[in-house]
Write a protein that binds this ligand. Sequence first.
Ligand SMILES: [Ca+2]
Length: 175
Amino acid sequence: MRSLEPRDPEQPYDQLDRLLRQGEDGRFTDITTEAGAAFKTGGMARGTAFGDLDGDGRIDVVVTNNRGRARILRNTIVGAGHSVAVRLEDHGANRDAIGAAVWLDGAAGRHWVQPHSSYLSSSEFTVRFGVGENASSRTVHVIWPDGQRESFDALVADRVHLLKRGTGRQAKETD
Ligand SMILES: [Ca+2]
């Protein structure tokens, strides 16, 4: 069995997980010291998956560890604001629309349906947009993996909407 002693004692294998908050300017701030007890113990975390495990609209996290148990980090933050969440359903073999681009009308930045962002892990296929205190209905634009565009109107906040291809309206290049 290989030793788990690190070559450099200054860089141990066991490390604390970190929690970062993204600001409106896109920059991240380390808020680990404000996080719960799960961030006070070390481990050799390797994979991380994200999803709303309990359906309360807040994204939870599952972390796998080498030589340790997987940990579920349940998001209990108060005042997280509202969100608009969508799950896409395409035709054909790529039913989950992996590779589609999704964005809120009038908002900067796009999200992609790409559930595989961490080592040997897969997150939920749902795309979530935080909208703060504004719970009004929104329009979501989609570019399907084959390049076709479609928009879906009047999506209310705090619900996961299943957007089936062909049930929205044809979108313009300028949307
Ligand atoms: Ca949750």
